[in-house]
Design a protein around this ligand. Structure first.
Ligand SMILES: Cc1ncc(COP(=O)(O)O)c(C=O)c1O
Length: 402
């Protein structure tokens, strides 16, 4: 048996670039190299103790069986209360669903609604998984390029020009991975005005980084800003980023009942309910407040400053301080044409990222993985001392270029 037995749909999909870099890091580490990983999209903070305890309690109390596919009643109530309290959006129980990570919910929503020939507008730079999920659903990713000079945000006239009769979805991700861009209320209003003109278009609001904002009160989500669009919006969120719970695999979404029901059917025939233990922990996360986030934001603000100072002091690199998420998306076009100590000429962002890994032993991700060649994503949510060391390594490696 060999790869020729694979289904044709798999040929449309690339392996996740983040997984590729993690494999390279593991291989180098296994060979004894001390690699600092600035490629991973997760916080280094521990899951808060009260949330872990709720998971432990669930195990001890025997909450270890199948639950309702879309989540327990307690979790649905906690999700509805969160949307009401923090986003001023009212959902009924049949309008919310929990799944094994936001990733699964986004995938199920696309798989349930996208057919061959349908287009999905994906503003670039984008989270690496969107185009491949669309391709797996047999749709056509319609990549729309956003500019650094526009703060990496989709402009209304660009959105209007990209919509065709075949457009099924527009994906909005704020705060954005990889740029950290956050859409203001006014910017969302301007996009909403375009979307109101096109009743066949659904909107995926991927709010997974909601809690990671450096400007208080800056976050807004489309269903709150334009309630007339609510019936066409899937608001996706989860506990991975804001509660440092990536391994618990728990995401949730709110949207029109017909869509939630379709996602639930897909889930019922694939993964079923998310882990009962993670559901119990998420109830605690959503109900018991997140006072810890202020301290996390302070720590991240310090780390962001470290990496910003490093990047902007290097000839050929530059970046603006991003208002959200925990990435710096640095312009590295100035590195193109430089020669490494071993005589190789750097041509692309991929060459530069590979050079930083092989020579500086710092893992980052090239912007082309996010649909934006000429940039580098630096994930800075790691221990301060290691981050400082990474900055020194990047600086040394860049100084060695001619
Ligand atoms: C923009 C974006 N959306 C969704 C996800 C998936 O999150 P989860 O861990 O809940 O599946 C990620 C994870 O990196 C992400 O960056």
């Amino acid at each position: 048996m060999s790869a020729e037995f694979l289904a044709p749909r798999l040929r449309r999909v690339r392996p996740s670039p983040t997984a590729v870099i993690s494999d390279q890091v593991r291989a180098l580490s296994a060979a004894g190299t001390d690699v600092i990983n600035l490629g991973e999209g997760e916080l280094d903070f521990d899951t808060p103790a009260h949330i872990k305890q709720a998971g432990i309690d669930a195990i001890v109390q025997g909450d270890t069986k199948y639950t309702a596919v879309a989540g327990t009643t307690a979790l649905k109530q906690a999700i509805m209360a969160k949307f009401k309290r923090e986003n001023r959006i009212s959902y009924r129980p049949d309008e919310v669903i929990a799944g094994s990570g936001a990733k699964q919910l986004i995938f199920n929503a696309l798989l349930a609604t996208v057919s061959s020939g349908d287009q999905v507008i994906i503003p670039a730079p984008y989270w690496v998984s969107y185009p491949d999920m669309v391709a797996l659903s047999e749709g056509e990713p319609r990549i729309v390029h956003c500019l650094e000079s526009d703060g990496w945000k989709l402009q209304p006239e660009v959105l209007a020009a990209a919509i065709t009769p075949k457009t099924r979805w527009v994906i909005l991700n704020s705060p954005n991975n990889p740029t950290g861009a956050v859409y203001s209320v006014a910017e969302l209003h301007a996009l909403a005005a375009v979307l109101l003109e096109h009743p066949q278009v659904l909107v995926m609001a991927d709010d997974i980084y909601e809690q990671i904002c450096f400007v208080p009160g800056i976050f807004a989500t489309l269903a709150e800003v334009e309630p007339r669009l609510k019936e066409r919006i899937l608001t996706v969120n989860g506990v991975s980023k804001g509660y440092s719970m990536t391994g618990w695999r728990l995401g949730y979404a709110g949207g029109p009942a017909w869509l939630i029901s379709a996602m639930q059917i897909l889930q019922s025939q694939s993964t079923s309910n998310p882990s009962s233990i993670s559901q119990a922990a998420t109830v605690a996360a959503l109900e018991q407040g997140n006072e810890f986030i202020a301290e996390w934001i302070d720590i991240l603000t310090h780390r962001r400053a470290l990496i910003m100072n490093c990047v902007n002091a290097i000839d050929g690199l530059s970046a603006e301080a991003p208002p959200g998420a925990f990435y710096v998306f640095a312009n590295c076009q100035g590195m193109s044409g430089k020669t490494t100590p071993s005589g190789d000429i750097l041509k692309t962002d991929e060459d530069f990222a590979a050079y930083l890994l092989q020579s500086g032993h710092v893992a980052t991700l090239q912007g082309s993985a996010f649909g934006a060649p000429g940039y580098l994503r630096i994930a800075y949510a790691i221990d301060d001392n290691r981050l400082q060391e990474a900055c020194e390594r990047i600086t040394r490696a860049c100084r060695a270029l001619r």
